[in-house]
Design a protein around this ligand. Structure first.
Ligand SMILES: [Fe+2]
Length: 350
């Protein structure tokens, strides 16, 4: 059996393959590791047959939708998953056949309604149902401590003690554990009485994971994360440095305009000399009257350089094919000690 664990911060994903047939399965891929998965599969000569998600993740961004197209492999999730991009729903007791490997699906609701563990040979991939020294939380959407109790004590922990367990998260670098070791040392599993376990889980009082809404939104719909949106915009936009802009200020070029896309009060507090003002929110509707000539080189500026990148990409899509964004934004401009102007938009003074 080919096996590789791939960490992305504390998130763990896995490639499990059949050496005889070179078929493989990718479990819980993360958005930040797409090139790594593709690289490993290619280096090892593996064909990914299935992309399996152990559950709807609320705390990291899944790469399932992107990889499904790149790998031409179906996304497999439990029947109770609400994700729109699932190709194949699996249920408790179903087997995924990958060459000679048989991966057995165990439905283990509790952390989420759609949680499942995947048992193959000597190991089990536990998602967030069972973590090393912990369990998944049960206070997020579709979580249920009663169900988690049943999934753990009635199902998962009945696997042979020597079964290796590989979780979807491991922040301490332990990598893996065994069912027996967890039964013995995992603090949450010491509450073997149902009511006590449920009371403990309800009393955890955990803070919400960062990016909860964004993770659920993108993982359920296959939509883009904000970072993806920005990196897509950046990929189709060139940039100008602070130094280059400074050098251009004295040049009086007719085909170069600076466009500050921040809100009016931010513009009034100080902008680059000669910058026009058109807030990002008005851009599409007012750009034609502001810039009748689509051949202008329009430099967009915002506070941090993100909104201006989106604005420049939008301008390019609209046909302003020389649009470019300021690398570093007004924050960088001020911090580098370049001068600020407080006057009105020059076009309004004509
Ligand atoms: Fe999770």
């Amino acid at each position: 059996m080919f096996f590789q664990q791939i960490a992305d911060g504390g998130c763990q994903s896995y490639i499990v393959g059949c050496e005889a047939t070179c078929g493989a399965v990718l479990i819980d891929p993360a958005l930040g590791r797409i090139d790594r998965y593709l690289g490993i599969a290619s280096r090892e000569g593996l064909r990914i047959r299935y992309i399996v998600e152990t559950h709807t993740h609320a705390d990291h961004f899944s790469a399932a939708r992107q990889l499904r197209e790149r790998l031409d492999a179906p996304v497999v999730m439990h029947r109770d998953s609400g994700a729109s991009h699932v190709d194949m729903h699996a249920e408790d007791g179903h087997l995924l056949a990958v060459g000679d490997l048989r991966l057995r699906i165990m439905h283990t609701p509790g952390h989420t309604r759609d949680s499942m563990c995947i048992h193959v040979d000597d190991r089990v991939f536990t998602g967030d149902t069972l973590l090393i020294g912990g369990t998944g939380r049960t206070d997020l959407p579709t979580g249920d401590p009663e169900q988690l109790y049943d999934s753990l004590f009635g199902k998962l922990l009945r696997l042979p003690g020597e079964t290796l367990m590989f979780p979807a998260h491991d922040y301490k670098g332990n990598g893996h554990s065994t069912i027996a070791a967890e039964l013995e040392t995992n603090p949450r599993l010491q509450k073997k009485d149902r009511a006590e376990f449920v009371r403990m889980m309800r009393g955890l009082n955990l803070s919400a994971p960062t990016h909860l809404t964004e993770a659920l939104r993108t993982n359920l719909t296959g939509g883009k994360t904000v970072r993806q949106l920005l990196s897509d915009a950046a990929a189709e936009t060139p940039f100008i440095s602070l130094e280059e802009l400074s050098a251009r200020l004295g040049q009086q070029r007719n085909d170069f305009v600076i466009l500050d896309v921040r809100e009016r009060d931010a513009y009034a507090r100080g902008h680059v000399a000669g910058a026009r003002h058109l807030a990002r929110g008005q851009l599409e509707l007012k750009v034609d009257e502001t810039f009748p000539d689509p051949d202008l080189e329009i430099l967009t500026i915002c506070e941090l350089g993100k909104i201006s990148t989106l604005a420049a990409a939008t301008l390019r899509q609209l046909g302003f094919h020389r649009a470019v964004a300021l690398d570093g934004g007004m924050k960088g401009w001020r911090e580098a000690g370049y001068p600020l102007d407080h006057g009105e938009d020059p076009a309004l003074m004509i």
